[in-house]
Design a protein around this ligand. Structure first.
Ligand code: UD1
Length: 421
């Protein structure tokens, strides 16, 4: 087991560079399967989830090579397997994103059914309904989703019953090689959807409207491949900004995209932070002051991202006043709260709302990480706490934060990773 030992009472201070986006990279890696020629994916973050995606592509027969640490060269000309096995899907739910590309390109796809996960049941019904509407036959057999199509998928209009990032991505990729035009209605508008659309277009697809609720995909017969550079990670950006806000610190992040963080920046400004930005950088300065409590409600983009909820809950936990945090996307995303309480936070949960009464100081202790963003929030809490905090099961954080210890060291934080049986 791995744990972080973090010294508290630390004001985050300094400058770091933001990595490529995990949530953009994962569908883009799945999109490699759509092409019949070589693709280059640049600005790929070095993360556990990216490693799992590469393992999956490799197991299907995609030829993979890294040029340096961030540039992947991939060629799917020798795909020999159309099965995403349980061992990989279990490790990373986003493996479901190969379903649409494999099916549309090869006429068949077998993907192990993703189980529940820590933050909620997360079904895939919208993905499957959409693929059926495009003409796929889908059976659930022995824990596998087995999808087939005779010839090509057929473009149609699909109105998704609720906003789903993953379903929008899977269907957009499936439609890219379908016959005719597909309209995806009630599509997710997240910046990662636009990044995927830009990538598909760079590789030969015809997608318009990404970033709005209606995406139109004119199917093409083939996608030759090409080059694409992954967008900056907006959640990593927001996490470091929140760390500075909670610790009364100041930070400058570079290689970022401020245009993808409007709600988060507005919320951080409401805590009393001075926020300035340029084309690819953001600075946040608390000028040594305690943050003010803020209310927030998570919602699909352009609303406040659920992936930033846990981090802002910690800002509220040490803020002046009472903040109400309402989670509307996932049903079980307050798991970090019982650990925060053990650090002295005053938080009451009623259904999907947490009422957070800021305390003057949290107190370092031993806590347990339960998922990716919960881990990030515990790290922020540890920095703002008095004394030392030990966070067990920290491996979750490696799924989504590249070089987190090195970046925190750059910001003046004392953090050590310890490994034990
Ligand atoms: C993606 C992100 C994740 C983020 C989430 C919401 C990736 C790899 N992950 O996850 O970090 O927290 O968007 O912004 O990009 N749902 C259904 N049926 C479906 C699909 C989804 O009911 O077929 C529900 C889910 O249970 C959830 C909601 O829709 O309650 C939103 O989920 P979705 O947007 O699909 O999240 P992911 O794509 O899994």
């Amino acid at each position: 087991m791995e744990r972080f030992v973090i010294q508290g009472n630390t004001r985050v201070h300094g400058e770091i560079a933001i990595s490529g986006s995990k949530n953009a990279a994962l569908p883009i890696l799945a999109a490699v399967l759509l092409c019949d020629g070589a693709t280059v994916v640049d600005n790929l973050p070095q993360l556990q989830d990216v490693a799992t995606s590469l393992e999956l592509l490799g197991s299907l027969g995609v030829e993979l090579g890294m040029a340096g640490t961030r540039r992947l060269e991939a060629n799917p000309r020798q795909v020999h397997s159309l099965t995403a096995p349980y061992e990989l899907v279990r490790k990373m739910r986003a493996s479901i994103l190969v379903l649409g590309p494999m099916l549309t390109r090869f006429g068949e796809a077998n993907v192990s059914f993703p189980g529940g996960c820590a933050i909620g049941s997360r079904p895939v019904d919208i993905h499957l309904q959409g693929l059926r509407a495009l003409g796929a036959s889908i059976e659930i057999e022995d824990g596998f989703i087995r999808a087939t199509v005779d010839g090509r998928l057929h473009g149609t209009t699909i109105c998704m019953p609720m906003v789903s990032v993953g379903a929008t991505e899977n269907l957009m990729m499936a439609a890219a090689l379908a016959k005719g035009t597909t309209r995806l209605e009630n599509a997710a508008c997240e910046p990662e959807i636009s990044d995927l659309a830009n990538c598909l277009n760079a590789w030969g697809a015809r997608v318009t409207g990404a970033g709005t609720q209606t995406i139109v995909i004119e199917g093409v017969e083939r996608m030759p491949g090409g080059y694409f550079r992954v967008m900056p990670d907006r959640i990593e950006t927001g996490t470091y900004l929140a760390a500075a806000a909670a610790t009364r610190g100041s930070i400058r992040v570079t290689d970022a995209d401020p245009s993808t963080l409007e709600q988060v920046l507005q919320t951080l400004r409401a805590t009393g932070a001075y926020v300035a930005l340029g084309a690819d950088w953001i600075s946040l300065d608390m000028q040594g002051r305690r943050p003010l409590a803020v209310d927030l409600v998570t919602a699909p983009y352009p609303g406040f991202p659920t992936d930033m909820q846990a981090q802002l809950t910690v800002v509220n936990a040490v803020a002046d006043g009472v903040g109400r945090v309402t989670e509307t996307i996932f049903e079980n995303r307050f798991m970090q709260i019982q650990e925060l309480r053990r650090m002295g936070a005053d938080i009451v949960i009623d259904a999907n709302t947490a009422t957070v009464k800021g305390v003057n100081r949290l107190k370092g202790t031993r806590v347990l990480a339960s998922d990716l963003r919960a881990s990030a929030s515990l790290i922020i809490a540890a920095l703002a706490a008095d004394g030392e905090t030990c966070i067990d099961d920290i491996h979750y954080v490696d799924r989504g934060y590249e070089c987190i210890e090195a970046k925190l060291h750059q910001l003046g934080v004392q953090i050590i990773r310890m490994t034990s049986e």
